[in-house]
Design a protein around this ligand. Structure first.
Ligand SMILES: [Zn+2]
Length: 98
């Protein structure tokens, strides 16, 4: 189980912090999971491909405590993401245009 805090992957402006390598891939994956799971109206962004096996898209849902829980049907990787609220990928209340 991968337990993560989205803020740990972001820089002080709220953008993805790591610029290359596995850290960037992990950060991008987490951000995509958050966007997919937090989008509640209209067309949700596509679920991201599992960062581990890269074979399947993960399933992601909001847990009761508002963490985002994701799991991969192919390799059984799973994780929990906290502290995603208010990030650039929090799509719960975002209007279509500002
Ligand atoms: Zn997988």
């Amino acid at each position: 189980m991968y337990i993560s805090d989205l803020k740990h992957f972001l820089d002080e402006r709220g953008a993805i912090g790591p610029v290359k390598g596995p850290a960037l891939a992990m950060a991008q994956f987490q951000a995509d999971v958050v966007a997919h799971a937090s989008h509640i109206t209209g067309q949700a962004p596509a679920a991201p491909t599992c960062f581990k096996c890269k074979k399947d898209t993960v399933a992601a849902n909001l847990a009761r405590d508002e963490a985002i829980v994701w799991s991969c049907p192919s390799c059984s990787a799973e994780g929990r993401i906290s502290n995603w609220q208010g990030s650039l990928w929090d799509l719960r209340t975002r209007p279509d245009r500002r």
